[in-house]
Write a new protein. Sequence first.
Length: 120
Amino acid sequence: MSSDSNQAFKKFARKVSQIHRAASRPSVSRGSAKRQDNVVYKTDNKLKGSYGETDLDNKVVKVNKRLHKKDGESLLDTIVHERMHLKHPKMHERTVRKLTPKKVKTLSKKARKNLYAKFR
Ligand SMILES: [Zn+2]
C-alpha cells in the first residue's frame, strides 16, 4: 500500500505547486482597462516642449494636452507612443515613432475612446 500513499502524496504536491503558481501570477481579473495595464495617466500642461513623457519605473504616462491643442497634434498618437515605450522599454525611440501610426490604425473605435477617457 505504500505505492498508493506515494501516489496520493504526488497528487497533493502537484496541487500545492499549482496553487503557488496561481498566487504568483499578476492579477488582471478585475475588469476595466485602467486596472489591466496598471498605468497611471496624467495631464501635465507644463511639460517643457514635449507632447508626452513616460516614467518607466513608476509606470506613469504624462501628456501635455495644451501643447497638443496649440499645435493641432493628435493626442491619440502620443498616448499610443508612450504606451509603446512602457510595453517595450528597450525599443529604440525611432522604432517607436515608426510603429505608432501603424498601431493607431489598428485601434477600434472603442479602444480609442478608452484611451481618450484616461485623460478626462
Ligand atoms: Zn518616445
